[in-house]
Design a protein around this ligand. Structure first.
Ligand SMILES: NC(=O)c1ccc[n+]([C@@H]2O[C@H](COP(=O)([O-])OP(=O)(O)OC[C@H]3O[C@@H](n4cnc5c(N)ncnc54)[C@H](O)[C@@H]3O)[C@@H](O)[C@H]2O)c1
Length: 366
């Protein structure tokens, strides 16, 4: 049991049987009088509906709602439609929401819960590895707008986070692998021993061996919870979680957000690791170790971008993290160690050099 954020209770339960514990906790503690389980069109039938059934069997009042699967549904329009449905269901201030799905469901439903009747409890039940290791923890909620990712959102700590690795069985291989990018990031920013454990355990992790996965996942969850507890609103340390993400977001923006998040973060870490060599004195050997682990995880360490270097740099300058016209990157000193100042303003020429070492630019020809 961890308690991230300033709320007295955000319980995180991780392990097989966590969903049964959720039913028991809601029955016993009754943080809401009725529940709406919200999932996406893929996860709903697999995991949302069975959970709603268990909650009903336990005597709770439960409705279910759904959104389309995928990043395309992370919009204001989806939130608005769900709000209309809550009105239609006659939901009041006594409702609680249960988000069952990947990071998209978690972000949309968390946002919905934070503004519905000025804020109601939300329970996060992450079902993708990425959401288990990262997205579900920390209380950040958001939707995308055409001008950018996650531009509109809130901080709203969940009432509880229930992580059952058994649900990962139904996850497609490429989506499963995406989760390793955030697990490796957690190790790089905070825990060199975890990095070593990921290296040793990667073959078993690729085979989805739960006995190996569970303790490593728990360490990633602890890292995120600890950072968020110290810096909920990202005034300092929380920015460490952005390692690799400044470049990842720029890559995603140039690619119109049509690609997967995991590979973008992997390539982003390779670029930012090179920046860390220059700005922090990160040993080049650490960049090699990072790349070897990413390859073992099934993630890319090089990319070909359908765009130009100028477009990539321009996208990096449009990022939310740009302050006073300068791109800031969270750069480690070495694997497992972030400096206290966490981010550093990066010169455009350095950005260009690091990006060119990792990314091939193939602007589409007319
Ligand atoms: N709030 C945060 O702090 C935070 C942090 C990191 C990422 N994010 C957000 O998370 C999102 C990415 O999360 P994601 O990769 O989970 O994406 P996602 O929610 O789109 O899930 C990926 C795909 O996997 C499917 N899926 C999920 N669980 C499944 C299961 N158990 N079985 C079968 N299919 C399953 C989904 O239906 C979807 O098609 C992005 O929008 C990102 O911005 C948020």
């Amino acid at each position: 049991v961890f308690r991230p954020g300033p709320r007295p209770r955000c319980r995180i339960r991780l392990g097989r049987g966590a969903l049964a514990r959720l039913v028991g906790d809601l029955v016993q503690e009754r943080p809401a009088h009725r529940w709406v389980v919200i999932s996406d069109s893929t996860v709903g039938p697999l995991h949302g509906a069975p959970l709603a059934g268990s909650l009903r069997e336990a005597g709770l009042a439960v409705d279910t709602l759904s959104l389309p699967a995928g990043e395309g549904a992370k919009t204001r329009a989806t939130k608005e439609r769900l709000e209309d449905e809550l009105v239609r269901l006659g939901a009041g201030r006594d409702v609680g929401l249960v988000a069952v799905g990947g990071g998209v469901v978690g972000d949309v439903v968390g946002f919905l819960a934070s503004t519905w009747q000025r804020g109601v409890p939300v329970v996060q039940v992450p079902t993708s590895l990425l959401a288990m290791a990262d997205a579900a923890i920390g209380g950040k909620t958001a939707v995308n707008v055409p001008g950018g990712k996650n531009l509109i959102g809130t901080f709203h700590q969940p009432w509880g986070i229930y992580i059952d690795p058994a649900v990962l069985e139904s996850l497609p291989e490429s989506t499963y692998v995406d989760g390793f990018a955030e697990m490796i990031k957690a190790a790089v920013i905070a825990d060199s021993r975890l990095f070593g454990a990921l290296v040793r355990g990667m073959a078993a992790l690729r085979r989805r061996e739960v006995e190996v996965l569970e303790p490593l996942l728990a360490r990633c969850v602890r890292i995120k919870a600890r950072i968020v507890k110290r810096d909920e609103r990202e005034s300092g340390m929380r920015a460490a979680l952005n390692f690799g993400h400044t470049i990842a977001h720029a890559l995603e923006a140039v690619g119109d957000y049509s690609g997967r998040h995991g590979p973008a973060v992997a390539v982003g870490m390779c670029v930012e690791s090179r920046l860390a060599q220059g700005y922090r004195g990160l040993p080049p050997r650490d960049t090699e170790r990072l790349e070897t682990l990413l390859v073992a995880a099934g993630l890319p360490v090089r990319a070909t971008l359908a765009g130009t270097l100028d477009e990539l740099v321009a996208a990096a300058y449009r990022d939310k993290k740009v302050r006073e016209g300068r791109v800031h990157c969270a750069l480690p000193l070495r694997i497992g160690r972030m400096p206290p100042d966490v981010t550093v303003a990066v010169e455009p020429d350095d950005l260009r050099r690091a990006a060119t070492a990792v990314i091939d630019f193939a602007p589409p020809t007319l």
